[in-house]
Design a protein around this ligand. Structure first.
Ligand code: AMP
Ligand code: MG
Length: 339
């Protein structure tokens, strides 16, 4: 099973690479495994080599800060001690996570962590908790339980935080900012399916990004973007089948305490900023197709593509002309969402 997943990821990476790599000679690539996923960074230009080495270092530093499975991480200390000194980077990310939680009316909420653990998603020892356990763990959920003061972060009421729904997008933003400062004008970073681009391809054309199908290693289609992030959430990434046949995925509804069970099978957000796109892809997944469309109409500032369990791909009007469905893929119908 694990090998299968690794093979799938390898194929997904290859597809992303073949669709996106720099075309001119002076391009550099780094591959690494960090934040529990495979990552590929490609940058073009004279300064790319050193800048990418710095980017790899930065990603590993962030992994060491924000991993909930590493007991020595800043986040693990905060979760264990309830009050801990945090670095400027961690404070900023916690602040962004709080903003995104408020913006999405709580659909994105990193304090679902006790529930993520109760359902066994951190250890792989999956389990369906009882109703009373879920109810008592729901009392621990809510980003208002986090307070930031000076260099200190505190959690009240037994709350614990998991930044897995935003940390990769935020890290992508840090990587692109590092590359930009180093003079790189054209780059694409793929942090485990979170694709973030800097500028356009060296020949001036748009980057073509493959959106993975939730049903296997094929693609739903491609989107063409410049200077944009394309970030996908899907329950298929980590899921398990309970004895009664129900399939449970790793995105938890902060409202029910249960893995999301709605018509959404995959949610992709296209936005300028990775942290926003990452948190929104998770939040829209929680909302499901109808509420996600209402949310987009009310707020804007991003575009999204959402596949439902009937094979309908909902695509917002701002990204529709940049999207090409894959031939013979899992998309049966494309439905435009207009303002
Ligand atoms: P993503 O792949 O970006 O959608 O993030 C999913 C990960 O975020 C999960 O593996 C959990 O660690 C965490 N998570 C699950 N549900 C939520 C939620 N409703 N809000 C924020 N983070 C969540
Ligand atoms: Mg996310």
């Amino acid at each position: 099973m694990k090998l299968n997943k690794i093979a799938l990821w390898g194929m997904a990476l290859l597809m992303a690479l073949s669709l996106s790599a720099c075309t001119k000679n002076k391009s550099e690539t780094r591959e690494l495994f960090a934040m529990d996923t495979y990552m590929t960074l490609t940058a073009c230009g004279d300064s790319a080599d050193k800048a990418l080495d710095d980017a790899v270092r930065l990603i590993n530093e962030n992994d060491a800060r924000w991993s909930v499975t590493r007991p020595e991480s800043e986040l693990s200390h905060l979760n264990a001690q309830k009050s801990a000194a945090v670095s400027e980077e961690t404070k900023r990310l916690l602040g962004r996570a709080s903003e995104m939680s408020a913006f999405t009316d709580g659909a994105f909420d990193p304090t679902v962590y006790p529930l993520v653990k109760a359902w066994g998603f951190t250890t792989g020892a999956h389990w369906v908790p009882g109703d009373s356990e879920i109810r008592s763990l729901l009392d621990l959920v809510g980003m208002e339980k986090l307070s930031l003061s000076g260099a200190e972060a505190s959690l009240s009421g037994g709350a614990q935080i998991d930044l897995g729904g935003i940390a990769k997008g935020y890290t992508g933003d840090m990587v692109l900012s590092l590359l930009r400062k180093a003079g790189v004008k054209s780059a694409i970073v793929n942090l485990g399916g979170n694709v973030q681009t800097l500028g356009s391809k060296p020949d001036g054309s748009a980057w073509r990004i493959g959106i993975r199908s939730p049903y296997g290693s094929s693609l739903l289609g491609t989107v063409e973007v410049r200077n944009m992030c394309v970030i996908t959430s899907g329950a298929y990434e980590r899921s398990f089948t309970a004895p009664d046949g129900t399939v449970y995925g790793h995105i938890i509804s902060p409202f029910t305490g249960r893995p999301v069970q709605n018509a959404c099978v995959s949610s992709t957000v296209v936005a300028e900023e990775g942290a926003t796109a990452d948190a929104l892809s998770t939040a829209l997944f929680v909302m499901g197709p109808e509420k996600a469309a209402e949310f987009w109409k009310a707020h804007g500032g991003f575009e999204f593509l959402m596949l439902d369990d009937q094979g309908t791909l909902y695509v917002t009007e701002g990204i529709l002309s940049s999207f090409t469905p894959a031939n013979g893929g899992d998309v049966k119908t494309v439905c435009e969402i207009k303002r």
